[in-house]
Each structure stands twice: as C-alpha cells, then as structure tokens.
Design a protein. Sequence first.
Length: 301
Amino acid sequence: MSKYGTLVMGPAGAGKSTFCASLIQHLQNNKRPAFYVNLDPAAEEFAFEPDLDIKDLITLSDVMEEMSLGPNGGLIYCFEFLMDNLDWLTDPLEEVTDEYLIIIDMPGQIELYTHVPILPGLVKTLMRGSLNINLCAAYLLEATFIVDRPKFFSGTLSAMSAMIMLEMPHINILSKMDLVKGQVKNRDLKRFLDPDPNLLEDDPQRKKKGNDDGQDEVKGYRDPGLSSSVMSGASFDRLNRAVAQLIDDFSMVSFLKLDVQNEDSLGAVLSYIDDAIQYHEAQEPKEPKDEILDSAMGVAE
Ligand SMILES: Nc1nc2c(ncn2[C@@H]2O[C@H](COP(=O)(O)OP(=O)(O)OP(=O)(O)O)[C@@H](O)[C@H]2O)c(=O)[nH]1
Ligand SMILES: [Mg+2]
C-alpha cells in the first residue's frame, strides 16, 4: 500500500503552520482525510490538534533547560534525538492508509534546510524502506519578500538549496499573497513567480539608493548604518546579481501563489501537491461508485 504526504518547510514565520491548518480544513471540506504531524518542538498552538506531535517525544524548552543550549542548537539536538528514536515517528505512520494526506509541519530554523545533514536522512526514512511515502516538499516563502528584491533572491536561494539537498519532488510557494494584493501588478508578479534576474536591474529601491549614495559622495559623508554602507554598495549589487544569475542558471525554482483565505488558491496548490505525489492515480474509484449506487437506491446522505 502506498502512502502520500507533504513536508511543509520554509523560513521562520513563512506561514507553514497556517498553511497546514488551511490545507487540513480544505481537505475536510472535500471529504479527504489528513494525518497531521507536528515536527516543531517549540510549537505551542494549533488550529487542528496534531495526530502526532514531536513534543510528546521531546520539547525545545526542556532541551534548552537541561542541556544549556540556545534555541537553534536546541532544535538541532531535538532532531538528532528524533533520528535516534525514529520508531516514535515511523510506527504510527505505518498504520496510515493511502487515502490520507500526511501533512508534516516543520520548524522554521533555516539551517535545517541548508547545511545540517539531518533532513536528508529523515526524508530517506520516510520515502524509502517499509514506509515508502510518496512525499513532496512544499517550501514556503512569504510574498512580502518581493518588496525587497535582494531579500527575495536570498529567500529563493534558500529554497533552491533545500531542493538540491533533499532531492525529492518539490514545490515552492509564495505565501501570504493577501499582504501584497493591489501592490504588485500582475505583469510584475510573473517575474517573481518565475524569478527573473533582471528584477535587480529594475529595482526601484536600488535606483533610489543609488541616488542617495550619489548625494552622500558629493557631501563626502556615508551613513555608518549597515543598510546604507554595506547593503547598498557596488559589491553588494554584484553579489546579488551573482546570486540571481546562479538561480537563473539552475532554472529550478518557480513559485505558486498562495492565499490561505481563498479556497481556489488552496485547491490549486493542493492539485500541484497531488500531481507531484501522484495521489489520484492510486485512489480506487470507490466513492463515486458508492454515490451512484446510493442515489440509484434512493439512499439519503
Ligand atoms: N496576512 C497573513 N498572515 C499570515 C498568513 N499566514 C500566516 N500568517 C501570519 O504569520 C504569522 C506566522 O504564521 P505561522 O503559520 O505560525 O508561520 P510558521 O511558518 O509556521 O512559523 P514558525 O513555525 O514559527 O516558523 C502568524 O502571525 C500568522 O497569523 C497569511 O496567509 N496572510
Ligand atoms: Mg509553525
């Protein structure tokens, strides 16, 4: 029997848990079951109670207190502990049947997705061996990043880094679209959904900074603040262009739009996840048949 799931990842506050909750609600509205796994050992509140919660195994606050670690070191410790106790995760997942969408809510510490080699091992356990879950990564980046173009490319680079490190079906999502509604023209938005390195050349902020720099030079004064002295110089521009070019050369990252308040938007993202994991191919056409039979026999729902 196959199993199906999505691993919801992305930087801190990108909207991962909100997306998980909205997706579960959307699945329920469409009579599809979800199995919700929380792997964030610091998460406190949930719109839907997780079916499996890492806090029943280990909590970040206990680790920080008992091991005298900070939040990031503590999180890595929690994941190492999880990897040493994988039965806690794999045993209940063995029981999950193929109609379920397993939704795994991850923490937001970016080092987990970039350079700590824990996630590839976890993904391998979930996707191979006896569990054999058809798993798709859903990497969220919040749409407000598009206001600051260098920041957008830096976020896109982290998405690409996760794609390369995890080697699994992967979709990237621009979350919190409601926050940029009306602020970006559709034509411009397309250049973010399919990242265009020329966005940096056309950056209104850069042009403005350029002018500001010019004035500073005339006055022989430079603001000692980090943002103007380091983050707007020619080398910073060159670095950003190199990052954008790298992303373009790999041609791997494109984004889907997500507005969690909008059922159509959730439905569209879900259909990409379903396609990536081939969910529908495996489903027995039992429900429609039952419905036809029921209606033929005059059985009320
Ligand atoms: N306007 C708006 N706010 C959102 C949306 N999604 C999440 N938020 C808010 O953004 C904040 C972070 O949302 P979470 O869902 O907790 O984000 P997360 O990625 O799970 O955060 P961490 O687990 O801490 O990394 C919360 O205050 C949410 O209410 C959205 O689609 N639109
Ligand atoms: Mg969260």
